[in-house]
Design a protein around this ligand. Structure first.
Ligand SMILES: O=C(O)CCC(=O)C(=O)O
Ligand SMILES: [Fe+2]
Length: 367
């Protein structure tokens, strides 16, 4: 779900015109959102700009490395499903052994609070400065989601899953480029009495392609928050531009997202896809379609459980956002053993084994 732009800290006196502009920036999108045909045309032209003009270099990088992207029939089927339905679900993508091994390390890290103290909706929305000082139980009671700090440095088995070549081929062929963002996180979502933030229907993006890939580390059933996707809602056609966010309607509900009823008016409930799978399954969604997750079937049910997943975020060029391609902190020795295809997506911030921060690891690496 899109997060509000970070405050720039400008002094009010230097920007006397801001109140008027702010009002305009609020009213203009709402006016456009009342006209689905106009909104659809605007989305399509912004996407065209993102894909073909801003993203020309990323497309060239894809074309110049075409020998790395040849797909198996299975991978082509996943891309086809993403193109048409907007999602794909591949059960048993990874063996339970490797998944359980990653899960047990991730679980210990979450409970030891080895988490990114700023990666939370409450921090992004300015309600908290940081998650520092909160216990695991307090986080579980108040946050929608938390993410591990530097998971690729701490969980050795994660690298080969997060940069699995089959996933990379699917992503590149779907997007038609080597995307400016490839971010690996391990996230835990907590159940609450009502859906929070992206557990309400929304689109991640209107202006560029966005792709989210989940490798589930726990079995996904109704108690563990499946992702719900509206098939064919990713095309920016007039129909998919009809449902309006609570925010667009000027209503302060559903954390600004779409209510189920608003979606149901355009897409009957029996057409919604609930993505259930045993652990080790992979779900990929075109974030430009309408979706929500985790969607615990009965919010507040005491049987509901947290959901833990490896999450990969990718997107095309977004207006005003420049990526430095250094999203993932990776050990030098891990980076050195990556294949050419993996390196295209590594977006690595390389950590030398000699670093003072991880003496145990440095000793193991013989540094
Ligand atoms: O975790 C999920 O199932 C979906 C999350 C999502 O849609 C988002 O963060 O934008
Ligand atoms: Fe989303």
């Amino acid at each position: 779900m899109s997060t509000p732009a970070t405050m720039t800290g400008k002094q009010p006196s230097a920007t006397a015109a801001i109140p008027q502009r702010t009002a305009m920036f609020r009213i203009l999108p709402r006016t456009i959102r009342k006209r689905p045909a106009l909104y659809s045309a605007i989305c399509k032209s912004r996407l065209f700009y993102s894909r073909h003009i801003a993203g020309a270099r990323a497309k060239r990088e894809y074309r110049n490395n075409s020998s790395l992207f040849g797909m198996t029939d299975f991978e082509s089927a996943q891309v086809q499903s993403l193109r048409t339905l907007g999602y794909t679900l591949a059960p048993r993508y990874f063996a339970p052994g490797v998944v359980d091994c990653i899960y047990s390390q991730a679980d210990a890290m979450f409970r030891n609070l080895q988490i990114d103290m700023r990666w939370a909706y409450s921090v992004q929305h300015g309600q908290r400065d940081s998650l520092e000082g909160l216990s695991y139980e307090q986080l579980a009671a108040t946050e929608k989601m938390v993410a591990l700090r530097d998971p690729l440095l701490h969980i050795p088995e994660l690298l080969d899953v997060a940069f699995h070549e089959s996933i990379l081929r699917i992503a590149a062929n779907f997007l038609g480029c080597v995307p400016p963002l490839y971010r690996v996180t391990v996230v835990r979502d907590f159940p609450h009495n009502r859906p929070l933030h992206s557990s309400n229907f929304h689109k991640d993006n209107d202006e560029s392609d966005s792709l989210q890939i989940f490798v589930y580390l726990v079995d996904i059933d109704d108690f563990c928050g499946p992702l719900i996707y509206i098939p064919w809602s990713n095309r920016h056609d007039v129909r998919s531009c009809r449902p309006r966010l609570s925010r667009d309607l000027g209503i302060d509900a559903n954390d600004g997202g779409l209510s189920d009823e608003e979606v149901e008016r355009v897409y009957p409930r029996n057409t919604w896809a609930a993505l259930h799978t045993a652990r080790g399954g992979l779900a990929a969604i075109h974030g430009n379609g309408i979706h929500k997750g985790p969607a615990w079937t009965q919010p507040g049910d005491p049987n509901n459980r947290p959901r833990t997943a490896i999450r990969l975020d990718l997107h095309g060029h977004k207006f005003g956002i420049v990526r430095n391609r250094k999203e993932n902190r990776i050990w030098r020795s891990d980076f050195d053993r990556m294949s050419p295809l993996q390196r295209l997506f590594a977006h690595a911030s390389i950590v030398e084994e000699t670093t003072q921060l991880f003496p145990a690891r440095a000793r193991r690496a013989g540094a």
